[in-house]
Design a protein around this ligand. Sequence first.
Ligand code: NDP
Length: 231
Amino acid sequence: MSARTIAVTGTSRGIGAEIAVELAKRGLLVGCLSRGGGYPEGHLELSPEVKARLLPIQCDVTDEAMLAAAFKSLSVQTGGVDGLVNNAGIHREVKALSMSAAEFEEVMRTNATAVLMACREVHPYLHARGRGFIINIGSFFDKLGVKGSIAYSASKAAVGAITRGLAAEWGRNGISVVMLAPGYIETDINRAYLADPVTGKFVKSRTFTGRAGQVNEVARFVAALLVEDIS
Ligand code: NDP
């Protein structure tokens, strides 16, 4: 059987970069969708075999045409697409009284609308296989009230709703759709926030492990789901 192909969005850095590399290390072909169109950063140590399984494709997830072209390109390069990890996301810290509709919609567009559009655009490829697995990266902020994070929390709650709706619509056709909602994971999105001593103390006291999570912990969890092929 030929290697399975998974598309991952937002692979330039952070959690997405780590997911892409972890999947490639485990033998999967990985479409690395990023705005820059390059390889995941911070992995100079990769062997030529692993690097050859990383297939960079330029794609801004807010652009439906780019999403469609990215999945087409990946399918042409590898012979099909078996799964998708919707990882790309942004956070903008703005409090309600100063938030414009444009600021709210930018976050919703990137974190929620793009997830639905990517699922819609990848569906024909999964359908052609007769099965598929989609992992949408949500967040524990989806059910929290956090000052300055209203748009982000709303967008991640929408990811939950989108995931449940797609699971209901596609589950009987062999396409599984799940959401993975991490807690604090140390990346660019929150590095300054986590470095603050007050926040650091809060995270230490309120997490089961006493620390923020690391990107490789999320990546290994995602890889375990995809390699196990439970769809
Ligand atoms: P980072 O800021 O480190 O990385 C975000 C990634 O998303 C970058 O690769 C960025 O690309 C990409 N991205 C943003 N907008 C777009 C776009 N329009 N098109 C394509 N790519 C885009 O964040 P994390 O790695 O921490 O976050 C990854 C996901 O995990 C997000 O969905 C986030 O909400 C979620 N998450 C993170 C948590 C955390 O504590 N870190 C906790 C829970 C969930 P570029 O380099 O081009 O900007």
